[in-house]
Design a protein around this ligand. Structure first.
Ligand SMILES: *Cc1c(COP(=O)(O)O)cnc(C)c1O
Length: 393
C-alpha cells in the first residue's frame, strides 16, 4: 500500500486502539502470555507498526504465517520472539535460522529440511511442533505426529534443533460452546503427553485464537495467539471492550446535481427518483471496495449517512446526497467504515452485506489506498523504532 500524501483515499490506523486492544487481551489472558498475530501485513493494518505497538502494550511474542513475513519484521528491528507456521519443505529455513525465527513444523519432511539447514548453518534451529487436533488444515496429523516426534527427539539429542513448544489451532472457537473445542482441548493435552513420553518437554503450549482468548480460559494454556481482536474486531457475539483500529475514508472528488429520472454509473442500475445531488468518491473495486457492495453500503460525511448508488466501478463510486445536497463540498471526508464511534458503519456492516466476515473486509483495502497512522505517543515510538533500525548497521 503506497504511503502517498496526495492519495484521495486512505486507511487510517489508530495505534492507540491497537495498544488498548492488546492490553485488553492481556487482561483476558490472565497470566498466559500474548502472541500478537500480524500475518498478512498485520491483517492489512501494517505488520511493523502493529508489532511495535503490541509489544510495547504487553504482547510477549509475534506470530506470522510465513518466513518472509517473519524476516521482514526481524530486519526492521523487532527483537521479540517471532514464530512462523505456514512452512513448506523448500522454505528458506537457513534465513529463518540466521535471523532467530522460531519455525512451526507440521511434518517430518519439513523437520528434515530444517535439520539440514541448521547443520549447514552451524546454528541450532528453534522449532515448535504444530499438531492437528481437528482443524484438518495445517499441523501434523495424529498418524504423522509420533513419527515427527521420533525424528525431533534425534535432532534435539544431536543438538541440531532446540525444541520450544507444541501448538495447535481451533476450528470452531467462534462458537465457544461447540463440543469440538473440548475435543480439541483433550487431543491437545494428549499431544503434550505424547511429546513428553518422547522426552520432549515443551517450554510452551498454545492453542487459543482471539475467540478462545475472549471466551474460553480453559483453552489459554501458556500463551494465547489473538489476531483479529488485536485489530479491535470480535470474532464472537458479545460485548467486548475492543476498539476497531481501521477507518477507510476518502475525500469527495466532485459534487453534482442530477435530475429526476437520470441514471447514475454504468448501466444506470440506479435512477434518481427525484432531483438530487450526488458525490463522487475516488474508491473502486481496484482499491478493495467490493463491486458486490453496489447500492449496499453507506458512507458518513459530516456525521450523516449517505447511501451508495449505482455500480461500484474500478476507480470510483457515487453516493446520493439528497435533494438539498446537505451542503457537502468537494474535499469533504467520507468514511466507509471505522470504529463506529462517530456514527459510521463498521467492518461488520460490510461483512453482513457481502455474506462474509470482517476479517476479509479489513484485508480488502489496497491499490491506491494509502495508509496513515494516528495514535500520539505510540505513533512517534513507531517512527523512532524505524529510525533506529535503519540506523543500525
Ligand atoms: C490466524 C491465526 C491466528 C489468529 O486467529 P484470529 O482468529 O485472528 O485470532 C492464531 N493462530 C494461527 C495458527 C493462525 O493461523
Amino acid at each position: 500500500m503506497p504511503d502517498s500524501a496526495s492519495a484521495q483515499a486512505e486507511c487510517v490506523i489508530d495505534l492507540d486502539a491497537i495498544a488498548h486492544n492488546v492490553r485488553t487481551l492481556c487482561n483476558y489472558a490472565s497470566g498466559a502470555a500474548v502472541m500478537a498475530v500480524v500475518k498478512a501485513d498485520g491483517y492489512n493494518h501494517g505488520a511493523l507498526p502493529v508489532a511495535v505497538t503490541a509489544l510495547s502494550a504487553g504482547a510477549r511474542e509475534i506470530g506470522v504465517a510465513t518466513i518472509t513475513e517473519a524476516l521482514r519484521l526481524r530486519m526492521a528491528g523487532i527483537r521479540a520472539p517471532i514464530l512462523c507456521w505456514l512452512n513448506a519443505i523448500d522454505s528458506d529455513y537457513t534465513a529463518a535460522i540466521d535471523a532467530d525465527i522460531e519455525i512451526g513444523v507440521s511434518s517430518s519432511r519439513q523437520l528434515q529440511a530444517i535439520g539440514a539447514a541448521a547443520q549447514a548453518a552451524g546454528k541450532m534451529a528453534t522449532v515448535s511442533v504444530k499438531v492437528d487436533t481437528g482443524l484438518h488444515r495445517n499441523g501434523a496429523s495424529l498418524q504423522e505426529y509420533p513419527r515427527l516426534l521420533d525424528a525431533l527427539q534425534r535432532l534435539v539429542r544431536q543438538r541440531i534443533i532446540h525444541f520450544r513448544g507444541v501448538f495447535s489451532h481451533l476450528a470452531s472457537a467462534d462458537t465457544p460452546s461447540d463440543p469440538l473445542n473440548d475435543l480439541q482441548r483433550q487431543r491437545f493435552l494428549d499431544a503434550i503427553s505424547v511429546a513428553k513420553t518422547h522426552g520432549l518437554h515443551p517450554e510452551i503450549a498454545h492453542l487459543a485464537n482471539s475467540a478462545a482468548t475472549l471466551t474460553r480460559s480453559d483453552l489459554h494454556f501458556d500463551m494465547v495467539r489473538p489476531g483479529i481482536a488485536v485489530y479491535g474486531l470480535a470474532p464472537v457475539a458479545g460485548d467486548f471492550p475492543l476498539i476497531p483500529a481501521m477507518t477507510l475514508q476518502a475525500r469527495v472528488t466532485l459534487v453534482k446535481k442530477i435530475a429526476a429520472g437520470e441514471g447514475v454509473s454504468y448501466g444506470h442500475d440506479w435512477v434518481a427518483p427525484r432531483d438530487t445531488a450526488v458525490a463522487l468518491l475516488p474508491v473502486g473495486y481496484a482499491d478493495g471496495l467490493p463491486r458486490a457492495l453496489g447500492g449496499k453500503f453507506e458512507v458518513t460525511i459530516g456525521g450523516s449517512r449517505y447511501t451508495g448508488v449505482g455500480r461500484v466501478c474500478m476507480d470510483q463510486v457515487v453516493v446520493d446526497l439528497g435533494a438539498d445536497g446537505s451542503n457537502i463540498q468537494e474535499g469533504d471526508t467520507a468514511v466507509f467504515f471505522g470504529s463506529g464511534w462517530h456514527g459510521e458503519c463498521g467492518a461488520q456492516d460490510w461483512a453482513d452485506s457481502l455474506g462474509t466476515i470482517h476479517y476479509e473486509v479489513v484485508a480488502g483495502p489496497r491499490g491506491r489506498v494509502s495508509r496513515h497512522y494516528i495514535g500520539g505517543e505510540t505513533a512517534s515510538r513507531v517512527s523512532e523504532h524505524k529510525r533506529q533500525s535503519t540506523d543500525a548497521p
